[in-house]
Ligand binder design. Structure first.
Ligand code: SAH
Length: 248
């Protein structure tokens, strides 16, 4: 059974969009995943097909109506049973690679894209909807967030990525940033590829990569480093911290 994505949106023409190209696009053609869009407006009940209304309490913008959202979600659940419903919102739980892995291992996802000021809050409890944020930024709509979420899931589906190993060493998979990469030419504008990577000594290379992943995480993402203190305990203590040329 392949991963089934159902996207609830006011702009179905945005899909598959970038997900129809390259790795995700080939996987779509190969049947590793499928995508359906649901036009939220089709679930409006009045003759003007109204999907939004002014915010209770006043203020700028418009809010997506809970009754319309509920009807659209009920329809999507009937079409894609078993898939969790995820609403894209900056108020949601920040998306993590761990959650992406769980989703990719499941039957698929029903993804609800907001517009305007967002959703009537009652939808989340009323329909058991998980609120997901893709970062501390504000987008104009949930569609690019949905594309991010789906892209992250799709690349993990069986057979989608070339080398099976390339998923495992990636940033975040072990709670750390990945080590930096280099490729030829060996020298470019006076900057050289770190000597150790050209040494052919696989043990030394592995130790250097491990250390750089750790050092870079500590410096760039102290939040990740804190959270994964256990990883620190396993670090290559005693490994050389002088330099073989980091290229930085
Ligand atoms: N008024 C809202 C922002 C609405 S932006 C607030 O301040 O919280 C319009 C829509 O874009 C949202 O409903 C949501 O679907 C999407 N969106 C914006 N930023 C997002 C983010 N960081 N993560 C996920 N979805 C986001």
């Amino acid at each position: 059974m392949s991963f089934a994505a159902t996207v609830l949106t006011l702009y179905p023409e945005m899909f598959p969009g970038p997900l129809g190209i390259s790795l995700a696009g080939r996987a779509l053609e190969a049947g590793a995943w499928s995508i359906d869009t649901v036009q939220i407006r089709d679930f409006a009940s009045d003759k003007h097909r109204t999907v939004d209304d002014t915010p209770a309490g006043g203020g700028a913008g418009m809010v997506l109506k809970v009754d319309v959202l509920a009807a659209a979600i009920d329809h999507a659940r009937a079409v894609n049973p078993g898939a969790p419903v995820l609403a894209m919102t900056p108020r949601g739980r920040p998306l993590t690679q761990a959650r992406v892995r769980e989703l990719a291992a499941g039957p698929g996802a029903i993804v609800l894209c907001g517009r305007f000021e967002g959703f009537d809050e009652r939808i989340f409890e009323g329909r058991d909807v998980e609120e997901v944020s893709v970062g501390d930024i504000v987008l104009s709509g949930g569609e690019p967030a949905a594309i991010m979420l789906l892209d992250a899931c799709i690349r993990l589906l069986p057979g989608v990525m070339g080398a099976a190993s390339s998923g495992v060493e990636e940033s975040f998979e072990n709670g750390l940033l990945e080590y930096p990469h280099f490729t030829r030419p060996v020298e470019w504008e006076g900057r050289t590829i770190p000597e150790v990577l050209r040494s052919g000594d696989h043990a030394k290379i592995a130790a250097w990569r491990k250390r750089r992943g750790e050092d870079d995480t500590r410096l760039r993402r102290p939040d990740l480093w804190e959270r994964h203190g256990d990883v620190r305990g396993q670090s290559a203590s005693g490994a050389r911290h002088d330099d073989e040329g980091t290229g930085t």
